[in-house]
Write a protein that binds this ligand. Structure first.
Ligand SMILES: CC(C)(COP(=O)(O)OP(=O)(O)OC[C@H]1O[C@@H](n2cnc3c(N)ncnc32)[C@H](O)[C@@H]1OP(=O)(O)O)[C@@H](O)C(=O)NCCC(=O)NCCS
Length: 150
């Protein structure tokens, strides 16, 4: 039986996180971006999902006032559609809520149908569009939001 554990991301997680990153995004974050994200512990939520000692997914988010801004989330391609992404997202949301957040905001590529479906299953709705937000592909960003219950 596999055991999945969610924990804080640390510098030793960056190499496996980078591997997932490179296999998940057209324009991956760099190691330096993860390193600087890890420096802002108070304003950030940086988590990895560790499955039997292997990093299978991660998420990085900012907390600004009462809002969680989900910056990135990914699961290793071979580990997808087993509920792990949902577990990581739930952990980010729980931690943010405990720190006073009332909503979650994210941007997702218009053409990323899988991720958009994933967020919809978790209760997110489309609230707007940022035209040509992604300069690498000239793609629009869809802004999605989740509101915590009062
Ligand atoms: C988005 C992502 C994190 C989801 O992780 P995951 O572990 O596969 O997600 P889950 O197993 O928790 O998915 C739960 C539900 O989301 C929906 N979903 C997830 N991926 C989907 C896909 N490719 N197509 C359609 N629906 C999908 C389904 O409803 C799924 O339930 P089901 O498997 O019973 O049908 C993962 O696909 C990923 O890493 N994608 C590449 C990176 C990325 O695009 N990140 C988001 C950037 S904004």
């Amino acid at each position: 039986m596999t055991e999945a554990k969610i924990r804080e991301m640390t510098a030793v997680d960056i190499p496996p996180v980078m591997e997932i990153e490179r296999s998940s995004f057209v324009t991956p974050w760099t190691e330096g971006m993860f390193r600087s994200q890890l420096r802002f512990r108070d304003q950030a939520i940086n988590l990895v999902l560790d499955e039997d000692g292997t990093v299978a997914g991660y998420a990085a988010a900012w907390i600004a006032y009462d809002e969680i801004h989900l910056l990135s989330i990914a699961v290793a391609p071979a580990a997808r559609r087993r509920g792990l992404g949902g577990e990581i997202l739930r952990a980010v949301m729980e931690r943010g809520r405990a720190r006073g957040a009332v909503r979650v905001i994210l941007e997702v590529r218009d053409g990323n149908a899988g991720a958009r479906a994933f967020y919809r299953t978790r209760g997110f709705v489309d609230i707007g569009t940022r035209r040509r937000y992604y300069s690498d592909t000239d793609e629009d960003a869809i802004i999605m939001e989740y509101l915590f219950d009062e």
